[in-house]
Write a protein that binds this ligand. Structure first.
Ligand code: NAD
Length: 488
């Protein structure tokens, strides 16, 4: 029997795209699975003057159950209330508090509150300060705040944002969401590494040649041009998602699988990232921008993008995590838009056996490679050398495959990243959220690259890769000079 979570969830930005596309469907799934039942309520708040009835119609549409044959979506939506609100107006928080207290009573929630800040981060400080000063935090239950990316645009702004939120919410109440940490195969990385001695024993610089992390997208910037042109791929994808995956791949074994121990292990990995001197950045990082394709606009032709924009839509980099186990293992990362295909994956390339007893010639041994496929199809594949069937002693590369994909009719049973992460918040599990220290070290690293790039912006010629490719040639050369190549 599932334990029902009691909570009042206040969503700032309740009319927005994120709320409608991700948050409401995720909450509905938690409701259908019994994690939310009788003792919960949601207050959506935003600028538009919506009524409760209109808001509930939006919810029913958002959860994709407009027909609502068994009335489940209507029951679910009856727990939703709307409060028109300008985040800068103190009086509105008093009205919000009255409604929150009333719903707490009505649904017997016991004072548990989750504040979801699904709005521009420029509002986070104001909202947090008002939640505290207007007593929206309760003393009877828990108070938790969920904040969305982008969390700052450099080290300094991230620390200011941290400080603003910390005025109202101590670190243990802050859940910085990174939806990649809710993905099934990202969560599988510690299970693979620490649950199997064959990987536990080999996961170090004695046996690993290099690790590759790719987050490629086939789409361009779509309707996000205005934001993207001020951010770029380094801030949008590397600082958060990529470095979080890198920390899971390179951290030492946590003492136990608790929030504190996992976070400490990840913090140490990110703290061990070698921060490059300005002159080292060009040797270790490559940036790119996509040009037009036959039927696709180039980045500079996209809506809301500057016609001379020097914003990067592609990044490849070589990272060093200088711990006792990982020092000397190049960690190559790569992300970009308008690439050949959409994929998120990790390739762990193992060193070859120290001596090829089979001799050289045609019998060249390949590296063993562990492929961790995160998107689009979750899959684990271990590429090995083995003998081909027959009289002769030739060998070939074969793979052991573990397929996590399920038939289409069962897909609804697989929780989506947002759903898992929201449940984590309701249950007070923080390990799949970035801590302030992780943020600190990741921004310090990113700033070192950004600052060197900004100084040398005149040396760049953009666009430098075509739609549908795997990025600029220099991204291949980055590995070739180490005697390596991209597995994907
Ligand atoms: P959006 O523009 O669709 O929604 C913004 C919301 O904020 C709206 O509900 C709007 O009414 C409200 N709002 C704006 N100014 C306000 C004010 N002064 N007072 C009260 N309400 C105000 O944005 P979104 O796409 O939903 O994104 C929200 C946040 O989530 C952003 O920080 C974004 O970067 C982040 N995010 C979004 C996505 C996504 O898929 N949409 C993914 C990851 C992160």
């Amino acid at each position: 029997m599932r334990k029902e979570e009691k909570a009042l969830i206040v969503i700032f930005g309740g009319t927005g795209d994120l709320a409608q596309r991700k948050l409401y469907p995720s909450l509905f799934n938690l409701y259908k699975r019994g994690f939310l039942k009788d003792n919960f309520a949601v207050i959506g708040t935003a600028r538009r003057p919506w009524s409760d009835d209109y808001y509930r119609e939006i919810i029913i549409n958002a959860v994709g159950d407009a027909e609502d044959i068994n009335g489940q979506a209507t029951d679910f939506a009856s727990h939703f209330y709307y409060q028109s609100h300008n985040v800068n107006d103190t009086e509105h928080y008093a009205t919000l508090k009255q409604l929150a207290d009333k719903l707490d009573d009505k649904y017997q929630i016991g004072g548990n509150r989750v504040f979801y800040l699904a709005m521009s981060p420029s509002f986070f400080g104001t909202i947090a300060a008002h939640l505290k000063s207007q007593n929206l935090k309760t003393t009877t239950g828990y108070n938790r705040v969920i904040v969305e990316k982008p969390f700052g645009h450099d080290y300094e702004s991230a620390m200011v944002l941290n400080e603003e939120i910390a005025q109202a919410f101590p670190e243990e109440e802050v859940y910085r969401i990174d939806h990649y940490l809710g993905k099934e195969m990202v969560q599988n990385i510690p299970a693979i590494r620490f649950g199997n001695n064959i990987f536990n024993a080999l996961w170090n610089n004695r046996y690993i040649s290099n690790i590759q992390v790719t987050l490629s997208e086939s789409l361009g910037v779509e309707e996000r041009g205005g934001y993207y042109d001020t951010a770029g791929a380094l801030r949008d994808m590397i600082q958060n998602h990529t470095l979080q995956i890198v920390s899971l791949l390179t951290m030492s074994a946590p003492v136990s699988f608790t929030d504190t121990d996992i976070r400490n292990a990840k913090i140490n990995a990110l703290k061990s990232l070698r921060v490059y001197k300005p002159e080292e950045v060009a040797q270790n990082f490559v940036r790119g921008q996509y040009g037009p394709g036959s039927d696709k606009p180039g980045y500079r032709q996209e809506d809301m993008v500057d016609a001379d924009s020097m914003t990067e839509t592609f990044v490849a980099g070589k990272l060093e995590v200088n711990t006792m186990d990982m020092a000397g293992v190049p960690i190559y990362v790569r992300t970009g838009k308008r690439m050949r295909e959409k994929a998120t994956r990790v390739d762990v390339v193992f060193k070859q056996v120290p001596n090829n007893v089979f001799g050289e010639g045609d019998n060249t041994l390949r590296h063993d490679v562990l492929h961790i496929m995160i998107d689009p199809e979750p899959k684990l594949s271990l590429q090995l050398n083995s003998k081909t069937i027959g009289h002769s002693y030739e060998y070939d590369t074969n793979s052991l495959n573990l397929n996590y994909s399920v038939p289409a009719e069962q897909r609804a049973n697989i929780p989506e990243a947002y759903e898992k992460l929201i449940l984590d918040v309701l249950q007070g599990k923080a390990s799949n959220f970035a801590s302030s220290k992780e943020l600190e070290y990741s921004w310090k690293f990113i700033d070192s690259v950004r600052q060197a790039w900004d100084k040398n912006i005149d040396d760049m010629i953009f666009p430098n890769y075509s739609c549908g490719s795997m990025g600029p040639k220099a991204a291949d050369a980055l590995l070739e000079k180490d005697g390596n190549h991209w597995e994907f």
